[in-house]
Design a protein around this ligand. Structure first.
Ligand code: NAD
Ligand code: MG
Length: 389
């Protein structure tokens, strides 16, 4: 029996995780569920999955949750805030942690899970983009297991040998081919992009996801963050990670070997596949995902990404090449700019402009420790905010 903490249970990944968990009551039990604001949804999840602990954003939300659960006769521990998130991520009562909080807010609990030696299922790519080597070191020092949930990285993981040790040359890996759908604006005239609405930007053609990652997919910053994520997970330098646009999202990514072989992982675009893969690894369990019907799909297409249409992808490659805290600065500026776009404060193309200005203005440092990292993150956020207003 695996005892699971789900960080960000009320989100898109959280809900898909619970869907898979519910299919296998003989294998998985929920230890803790966390949410930020959506207390009613979390209360329903608690009644259905009966965790031992629930954690919410603040004391007021904790009180509301406690009243909702009391009214239904459920008594569990309720916590709030970052300290309690870290506590459920590292508690002895759980062995597996699904890291599915969106953005930098997930860094501390993900790091806590890694330091506590948990099996960490990583959806929260921002945490790894920010902390890079620090998170990878925490994993190796504690003996934690880090399994990628991001569909591309989960695909790459499946296409690499079991013995893979983060050194591509040792395993004959020539390139990692990260596929990207291209998002909703792949074919829209570039001049019209400044005026697209948040609703247009979050309408992803193939995936149903949270709003932040949906905007990231439209700018292709999501793919940029994934290039950095792939660098840390698989030890590949920037020039060995190539992005290929594949609008159908059927091939989730590929590994190209020196002998000319290219291994791919395919499936319907449904996050329950990578989630079930990582939960059961190295076994396999049913996920509820429809079998892939290639004949129905008919054709698979590929093209190269255009950096003029998608400047955020270029900015992410630049940040990876710069190293140190540059990816954390990129991520912080992006989080602020995307929120400002969703709030109607800036146009779509101004997301990239804001990030570019912050990166040019704020010198990056060596990645020394978490405190220095958080300081840079806060500085980048303040600078991005000042440009926006
Ligand atoms: P979402 O917006 O649907 O859910 C986010 C979750 O995080 C919610 O449970 C919310 O309560 C919680 N949360 C938000 N802010 C918080 C804060 N400040 N403190 C604590 N909790 C907070 O997002 P999502 O689409 O489920 O994405 C989650 C993560 O998974 C992101 O990092 C995203 O990049 C990654 N991811 C998502 C998908 C997908 O298909 N949705 C695919 C690959 C990777
Ligand atoms: Mg992805």
């Amino acid at each position: 029996m695996q005892h699971i903490t789900i960080l960000g249970a009320t989100g898109s990944i959280g809900a898909s995780t619970l869907d898979v968990v519910e299919r296998h009551p003989d294998r998985y039990r929920v230890y803790a569920l966390t949410a930020h604001q959506r207390v009613e949804e979390l209360a329903e999840q608690c009644l259905r999955f009966r965790p031992q602990v629930a954690v919410v954003g603040n004391a007021d939300a904790a009180l509301r949750l406690s009243k909702l659960l009391d009214a239904n006769g459920l008594k569990i521990d309720i916590g709030h805030g970052e300290t309690d998130l870290c506590a459920v991520a590292s508690a002895s009562g759980c062995d597996t942690v699904m890291a599915a909080i969106v953005g930098a807010a997930g860094l501390a609990p993900t790091m806590a899970a890694a330091k506590a030696g948990k099996k960490v299922l990583l959806a929260n790519k921002e945490a790894l983009v920010m902390s890079g080597r620090l998170l990878m070191d925490a994993v190796s020092e504690s003996g934690a297991t880090l399994l990628p949930i991001d569909s591309e990285h989960n695909a790459i993981f499946q296409c690499l040998p079991h013995s893979y040790q983060r050194v591509p040359e040792q395993h004959g890996v020539a390139k990692i081919l990260l596929t990207a759908s291209g998002g909703p604006f792949l074919n829209r005239a570039v001049e019209t992009l400044e005026n697209v609405t948040p609703e247009e930007a979050v309408a992803h053609p193939n995936w149903v996801m949270g709003r932040k990652i949906s905007v990231d997919s439209a700018t292709m910053m999501n793919k940029g963050l994934e290039v950095i994520e792939a660098h840390w997970l698989f030890g590949a330098p920037a020039d060995r990670i190539e992005v290929v646009i594949h609008p159908q999202s059927v091939i989730h990514s590929m590994v190209s070997y020196v002998d000319g072989s290219v291994l791919a992982q395919l499936g319907n675009p449904d996050m329950r596949t990578p989630i079930a893969h990582a939960l059961a690894y190295p076994e396999r369990v049913a996920s509820g995902v429809e079998p892939l019907d290639l004949v129905l799909i008919g054709q698979l297409a590929f093209q190269r990404p255009d950096f003029e249409r998608f400047p955020c992808l270029k900015l992410a490659y630049d940040a990876l090449t710069a190293g140190g805290t540059a990816p954390a600065i990129l991520n912080a500026a992006n989080e602020v700019a995307v929120q400002a776009f969703l709030d109607g404060e800036i146009g779509f193309r101004t997301i990239a402009r804001t990030i570019c200005r912050v990166m040019n203005e704020l010198p990056h440092d060596e990645m020394s420790d978490i405190e220095a990292l958080i300081e840079q993150d806060l500085r980048a956020r303040a600078l991005a905010r000042s440009y926006i207003s």
